[in-house]
Design a protein around this ligand. Structure first.
Ligand code: PLP
Length: 310
Protein backbone atom coordinates (compact mmCIF):
# COMPACT_ATOMS: atom_id res chain seq x y z
CA UNK A 1 0.00 0.00 0.00
CA UNK A 2 2.79 2.38 0.96
CA UNK A 3 4.48 1.77 -2.39
CA UNK A 4 1.26 2.30 -4.31
CA UNK A 5 0.70 5.58 -2.44
CA UNK A 6 4.14 6.80 -3.45
CA UNK A 7 3.68 5.85 -7.09
CA UNK A 8 0.34 7.67 -7.38
CA UNK A 9 1.57 10.90 -5.84
CA UNK A 10 -0.15 13.19 -3.37
CA UNK A 11 -2.97 15.71 -3.26
CA UNK A 12 -3.62 18.87 -1.28
CA UNK A 13 -7.31 19.71 -1.18
CA UNK A 14 -9.35 22.57 0.17
CA UNK A 15 -13.11 22.98 0.37
CA UNK A 16 -12.95 26.67 1.21
CA UNK A 17 -11.17 28.19 -1.76
CA UNK A 18 -7.71 27.51 -0.35
CA UNK A 19 -8.05 29.08 3.11
CA UNK A 20 -7.47 25.72 4.73
CA UNK A 21 -6.51 22.38 3.24
CA UNK A 22 -5.35 18.85 3.94
CA UNK A 23 -2.95 16.41 2.30
CA UNK A 24 -3.73 12.86 1.32
CA UNK A 25 -2.42 10.13 -0.95
CA UNK A 26 -3.58 10.74 -4.53
CA UNK A 27 -5.79 7.66 -4.66
CA UNK A 28 -7.61 8.84 -1.53
CA UNK A 29 -8.43 12.33 -2.87
CA UNK A 30 -12.18 12.85 -3.31
CA UNK A 31 -14.66 15.23 -4.90
CA UNK A 32 -18.28 14.89 -3.80
CA UNK A 33 -20.80 13.81 -6.44
CA UNK A 34 -22.76 16.88 -5.28
CA UNK A 35 -19.92 19.19 -6.38
CA UNK A 36 -21.03 20.98 -9.58
CA UNK A 37 -17.46 20.50 -10.80
CA UNK A 38 -18.43 16.85 -11.17
CA UNK A 39 -22.10 16.72 -12.11
CA UNK A 40 -22.26 19.91 -14.21
CA UNK A 41 -18.67 19.96 -15.43
CA UNK A 42 -18.01 23.35 -13.83
CA UNK A 43 -14.31 22.95 -13.31
CA UNK A 44 -10.99 24.29 -14.57
CA UNK A 45 -7.51 22.91 -14.33
CA UNK A 46 -3.92 23.54 -15.27
CA UNK A 47 -1.01 21.17 -15.67
CA UNK A 48 2.60 22.10 -14.98
CA UNK A 49 5.57 19.76 -15.05
CA UNK A 50 8.65 19.06 -12.99
CA UNK A 51 11.68 17.45 -14.63
CA UNK A 52 14.76 16.38 -12.65
CA UNK A 53 13.51 18.53 -9.76
CA UNK A 54 12.89 21.69 -11.87
CA UNK A 55 9.45 23.16 -12.58
CA UNK A 56 9.17 24.79 -15.99
CA UNK A 57 7.42 28.18 -16.25
CA UNK A 58 5.52 27.76 -12.98
CA UNK A 59 4.43 31.43 -12.96
CA UNK A 60 2.96 31.11 -16.45
CA UNK A 61 0.88 28.09 -15.37
CA UNK A 62 -0.34 29.82 -12.19
CA UNK A 63 -1.17 32.97 -14.16
CA UNK A 64 -3.13 31.02 -16.78
CA UNK A 65 -5.04 29.21 -14.00
CA UNK A 66 -5.88 32.44 -12.17
CA UNK A 67 -6.93 34.20 -15.39
CA UNK A 68 -9.27 31.33 -16.26
CA UNK A 69 -10.75 31.24 -12.74
CA UNK A 70 -11.36 34.98 -12.98
CA UNK A 71 -13.00 34.62 -16.42
CA UNK A 72 -15.39 31.98 -14.98
CA UNK A 73 -16.15 33.74 -11.69
CA UNK A 74 -14.52 30.86 -9.80
CA UNK A 75 -12.11 33.01 -7.83
CA UNK A 76 -10.38 31.28 -4.93
CA UNK A 77 -9.84 32.89 -1.51
CA UNK A 78 -6.08 32.31 -1.64
CA UNK A 79 -3.76 34.79 -3.40
CA UNK A 80 -1.68 33.79 -6.41
CA UNK A 81 1.50 34.07 -4.34
CA UNK A 82 0.18 31.86 -1.52
CA UNK A 83 -1.15 29.36 -4.03
CA UNK A 84 2.31 29.17 -5.65
CA UNK A 85 3.82 28.45 -2.22
CA UNK A 86 1.17 25.76 -1.73
CA UNK A 87 2.12 24.16 -5.04
CA UNK A 88 5.81 24.12 -4.07
CA UNK A 89 5.04 22.65 -0.63
CA UNK A 90 2.90 19.89 -2.17
CA UNK A 91 5.65 19.11 -4.65
CA UNK A 92 8.23 18.89 -1.85
CA UNK A 93 6.01 16.53 0.13
CA UNK A 94 5.54 14.28 -2.91
CA UNK A 95 9.25 13.47 -3.05
CA UNK A 96 8.89 13.11 -6.85
CA UNK A 97 11.47 14.64 -9.19
CA UNK A 98 9.75 13.95 -12.51
CA UNK A 99 6.14 14.92 -11.97
CA UNK A 100 2.94 16.31 -13.42
CA UNK A 101 1.41 19.01 -11.24
CA UNK A 102 -2.32 19.59 -11.59
CA UNK A 103 -4.12 22.63 -10.21
CA UNK A 104 -7.86 21.94 -10.08
CA UNK A 105 -10.78 24.17 -9.19
CA UNK A 106 -14.37 22.94 -8.90
CA UNK A 107 -17.45 25.04 -8.31
CA UNK A 108 -18.09 23.25 -5.03
CA UNK A 109 -21.31 22.29 -3.26
CA UNK A 110 -23.25 25.55 -3.70
CA UNK A 111 -26.05 25.94 -6.22
CA UNK A 112 -25.08 27.23 -9.65
CA UNK A 113 -28.58 28.28 -10.68
CA UNK A 114 -30.24 30.01 -7.72
CA UNK A 115 -29.05 33.55 -7.18
CA UNK A 116 -30.73 35.76 -4.61
CA UNK A 117 -30.67 39.39 -5.68
CA UNK A 118 -27.79 41.24 -4.12
CA UNK A 119 -25.95 38.06 -3.18
CA UNK A 120 -22.97 36.64 -4.97
CA UNK A 121 -23.50 33.62 -7.23
CA UNK A 122 -23.64 30.51 -5.06
CA UNK A 123 -24.72 32.48 -1.98
CA UNK A 124 -22.77 34.50 0.61
CA UNK A 125 -20.81 31.53 1.96
CA UNK A 126 -19.88 30.10 -1.41
CA UNK A 127 -16.27 29.02 -1.80
CA UNK A 128 -14.73 26.99 -4.59
CA UNK A 129 -12.98 23.65 -4.11
CA UNK A 130 -9.25 23.80 -4.85
CA UNK A 131 -6.74 21.01 -5.28
CA UNK A 132 -3.09 20.47 -6.15
CA UNK A 133 -2.18 17.01 -7.38
CA UNK A 134 1.44 15.95 -7.79
CA UNK A 135 1.69 12.76 -9.81
CA UNK A 136 4.46 10.87 -11.62
CA UNK A 137 5.42 12.53 -14.93
CA UNK A 138 3.03 11.56 -17.73
CA UNK A 139 3.66 11.24 -21.48
CA UNK A 140 0.61 11.92 -23.69
CA UNK A 141 2.19 9.60 -26.27
CA UNK A 142 4.46 6.70 -25.25
CA UNK A 143 7.99 7.99 -24.67
CA UNK A 144 9.44 6.13 -27.69
CA UNK A 145 7.21 8.27 -29.96
CA UNK A 146 9.55 11.22 -29.31
CA UNK A 147 12.15 9.34 -31.40
CA UNK A 148 9.92 7.47 -33.81
CA UNK A 149 7.17 9.99 -34.43
CA UNK A 150 3.42 9.34 -34.64
CA UNK A 151 0.68 9.14 -37.25
CA UNK A 152 -2.50 11.15 -36.93
CA UNK A 153 -5.86 11.58 -38.64
CA UNK A 154 -8.14 14.52 -39.10
CA UNK A 155 -11.29 13.19 -37.40
CA UNK A 156 -14.93 13.93 -38.23
CA UNK A 157 -15.36 15.64 -34.83
CA UNK A 158 -14.60 19.37 -34.86
CA UNK A 159 -13.25 21.38 -31.95
CA UNK A 160 -15.65 23.66 -30.06
CA UNK A 161 -16.15 26.97 -31.80
CA UNK A 162 -14.89 29.92 -29.71
CA UNK A 163 -18.47 31.16 -29.62
CA UNK A 164 -19.54 28.08 -27.60
CA UNK A 165 -16.60 27.36 -25.34
CA UNK A 166 -13.31 29.14 -25.76
CA UNK A 167 -10.58 26.45 -25.74
CA UNK A 168 -8.42 28.83 -23.70
CA UNK A 169 -10.57 27.77 -20.73
CA UNK A 170 -8.63 24.67 -19.78
CA UNK A 171 -11.18 22.32 -18.25
CA UNK A 172 -11.75 18.61 -17.78
CA UNK A 173 -14.46 18.21 -20.46
CA UNK A 174 -12.60 15.96 -22.92
CA UNK A 175 -15.47 13.87 -24.32
CA UNK A 176 -15.11 15.33 -27.84
CA UNK A 177 -11.37 14.59 -27.76
CA UNK A 178 -12.01 11.09 -26.49
CA UNK A 179 -14.44 10.41 -29.37
CA UNK A 180 -11.89 11.78 -31.84
CA UNK A 181 -9.24 9.51 -30.30
CA UNK A 182 -11.54 6.50 -30.80
CA UNK A 183 -11.73 7.43 -34.49
CA UNK A 184 -7.95 7.72 -34.62
CA UNK A 185 -7.37 4.36 -32.98
CA UNK A 186 -9.98 2.70 -35.24
CA UNK A 187 -8.08 4.10 -38.22
CA UNK A 188 -4.79 2.65 -36.92
CA UNK A 189 -3.39 6.09 -36.03
CA UNK A 190 -1.87 7.32 -32.76
CA UNK A 191 -3.68 10.64 -32.48
CA UNK A 192 -5.66 13.35 -34.26
CA UNK A 193 -5.77 17.00 -35.10
CA UNK A 194 -9.27 18.49 -34.96
CA UNK A 195 -10.43 21.06 -37.45
CA UNK A 196 -12.43 24.10 -36.39
CA UNK A 197 -15.99 24.57 -37.63
CA UNK A 198 -14.47 26.75 -40.40
CA UNK A 199 -12.05 24.03 -41.49
CA UNK A 200 -8.85 25.37 -39.94
CA UNK A 201 -6.42 23.25 -37.96
CA UNK A 202 -6.90 23.60 -34.20
CA UNK A 203 -5.27 21.10 -31.80
CA UNK A 204 -5.01 17.50 -30.63
CA UNK A 205 -5.82 15.66 -27.39
CA UNK A 206 -3.99 17.73 -24.74
CA UNK A 207 -1.57 19.14 -27.27
CA UNK A 208 -0.89 22.06 -29.61
CA UNK A 209 0.33 21.54 -33.15
CA UNK A 210 3.16 23.17 -35.13
CA UNK A 211 4.17 22.87 -38.79
CA UNK A 212 7.53 23.58 -40.41
CA UNK A 213 7.63 24.92 -43.96
CA UNK A 214 10.75 26.17 -45.68
CA UNK A 215 12.59 26.54 -42.38
CA UNK A 216 9.79 28.52 -40.67
CA UNK A 217 7.45 27.55 -37.84
CA UNK A 218 3.66 27.95 -37.97
CA UNK A 219 0.92 27.19 -35.44
CA UNK A 220 -2.86 27.69 -35.51
CA UNK A 221 -3.85 31.11 -34.21
CA UNK A 222 -7.45 30.34 -33.22
CA UNK A 223 -9.48 27.72 -31.39
CA UNK A 224 -6.61 26.40 -29.32
CA UNK A 225 -5.45 26.44 -25.74
CA UNK A 226 -2.71 29.03 -25.24
CA UNK A 227 -0.17 26.30 -24.45
CA UNK A 228 2.80 26.99 -22.19
CA UNK A 229 4.86 24.51 -24.23
CA UNK A 230 3.97 26.52 -27.33
CA UNK A 231 5.34 29.54 -25.42
CA UNK A 232 8.55 27.54 -25.04
CA UNK A 233 8.59 26.92 -28.82
CA UNK A 234 8.50 30.70 -29.36
CA UNK A 235 11.39 31.07 -26.86
CA UNK A 236 13.39 28.36 -28.64
CA UNK A 237 12.63 29.87 -32.04
CA UNK A 238 13.99 33.23 -30.85
CA UNK A 239 17.14 31.57 -29.50
CA UNK A 240 17.61 29.53 -32.69
CA UNK A 241 16.76 32.42 -35.03
CA UNK A 242 13.75 30.71 -36.57
CA UNK A 243 10.68 32.69 -37.60
CA UNK A 244 7.57 31.51 -35.70
CA UNK A 245 4.05 32.66 -36.60
CA UNK A 246 0.50 31.93 -35.41
CA UNK A 247 -1.91 31.96 -38.34
CA UNK A 248 -4.86 30.18 -39.96
CA UNK A 249 -3.75 26.77 -41.27
CA UNK A 250 -5.68 24.13 -43.21
CA UNK A 251 -5.41 20.38 -43.78
CA UNK A 252 -3.57 21.21 -47.01
CA UNK A 253 -0.86 22.99 -45.00
CA UNK A 254 -0.45 19.86 -42.88
CA UNK A 255 -0.40 17.48 -45.87
CA UNK A 256 2.31 19.53 -47.55
CA UNK A 257 4.39 20.51 -44.50
CA UNK A 258 8.10 19.61 -44.44
CA UNK A 259 7.80 18.63 -40.76
CA UNK A 260 5.13 18.73 -38.07
CA UNK A 261 4.99 18.13 -34.33
CA UNK A 262 2.75 18.19 -31.29
CA UNK A 263 3.81 19.98 -28.12
CA UNK A 264 2.46 19.69 -24.61
CA UNK A 265 3.63 19.82 -21.02
CA UNK A 266 2.96 16.07 -20.74
CA UNK A 267 5.77 14.78 -22.94
CA UNK A 268 7.24 17.85 -24.67
CA UNK A 269 7.63 17.67 -28.44
CA UNK A 270 6.41 14.65 -30.44
CA UNK A 271 7.14 14.52 -34.20
CA UNK A 272 4.14 13.86 -36.48
CA UNK A 273 5.33 11.77 -39.42
CA UNK A 274 2.06 10.91 -41.15
CA UNK A 275 -1.49 12.17 -41.54
CA UNK A 276 -4.53 10.53 -43.17
CA UNK A 277 -2.24 7.89 -44.75
CA UNK A 278 0.09 10.52 -46.26
CA UNK A 279 3.72 10.88 -45.17
CA UNK A 280 4.80 14.24 -43.77
CA UNK A 281 8.14 15.13 -45.31
CA UNK A 282 9.99 11.85 -45.77
CA UNK A 283 7.86 10.11 -43.12
CA UNK A 284 10.51 10.39 -40.39
CA UNK A 285 11.13 12.94 -37.62
CA UNK A 286 12.69 15.92 -39.41
CA UNK A 287 15.99 17.70 -38.57
CA UNK A 288 14.47 20.91 -37.23
CA UNK A 289 12.04 18.99 -34.98
CA UNK A 290 14.96 16.96 -33.62
CA UNK A 291 16.93 20.13 -32.83
CA UNK A 292 13.91 21.61 -31.06
CA UNK A 293 13.45 18.42 -28.99
CA UNK A 294 17.11 18.52 -27.83
CA UNK A 295 16.96 22.17 -26.89
CA UNK A 296 13.53 21.81 -25.26
CA UNK A 297 14.75 19.30 -22.65
CA UNK A 298 17.77 21.49 -21.83
CA UNK A 299 15.40 24.40 -21.29
CA UNK A 300 13.49 22.36 -18.69
CA UNK A 301 16.48 22.56 -16.33
CA UNK A 302 17.59 26.10 -17.23
CA UNK A 303 17.12 28.80 -14.51
CA UNK A 304 15.99 31.24 -17.23
CA UNK A 305 12.85 29.14 -17.78
CA UNK A 306 12.50 26.90 -14.73
CA UNK A 307 12.72 26.96 -10.96
CA UNK A 308 14.66 24.30 -9.07
CA UNK A 309 12.74 22.72 -6.18
CA UNK A 310 15.39 20.21 -5.20
C1 PLP B 1 -6.48 21.01 -25.44
C2 PLP B 1 -5.05 21.26 -25.13
N1 PLP B 1 -4.27 21.90 -26.03
C3 PLP B 1 -2.97 22.13 -25.80
C4 PLP B 1 -2.37 21.70 -24.63
C5 PLP B 1 -0.90 21.99 -24.38
O1 PLP B 1 -0.79 22.96 -23.38
P1 PLP B 1 0.50 23.08 -22.46
O2 PLP B 1 1.66 23.27 -23.37
O3 PLP B 1 0.23 24.26 -21.59
O4 PLP B 1 0.60 21.80 -21.69
C6 PLP B 1 -3.14 21.05 -23.65
C7 PLP B 1 -2.52 20.59 -22.40
O5 PLP B 1 -3.06 19.81 -21.63
C8 PLP B 1 -4.51 20.83 -23.91
O6 PLP B 1 -5.28 20.22 -23.00
Amino acid sequence: MAEQTKSQGICWQSNDGGLTGTYCAMEEAKVSVLDAGFYQGINLYDYATMWKGWIRKLDAHVNRFYKNMHACRMDPEISKEKFTEQVLETVRRSGLKDAGIYFVVTWGLSSTSYVKRGEKLGGPDHKVGLQVWVRPYRWVFPQECTEEGIKVIIPSIRSYPNQCLNPRLKNFDRLHFFLAQLEAVNAGADGFICLTIDGHLSEGFNTNVWLIKQGKLFTPSENTLAGITSDCIYDLAREMNIEATATFLTAWDLYTADEAFFCTSAGGITPIVGVDSRAIGDGKPGPMTKRLIDTYWKMHVNPKYAVQVY
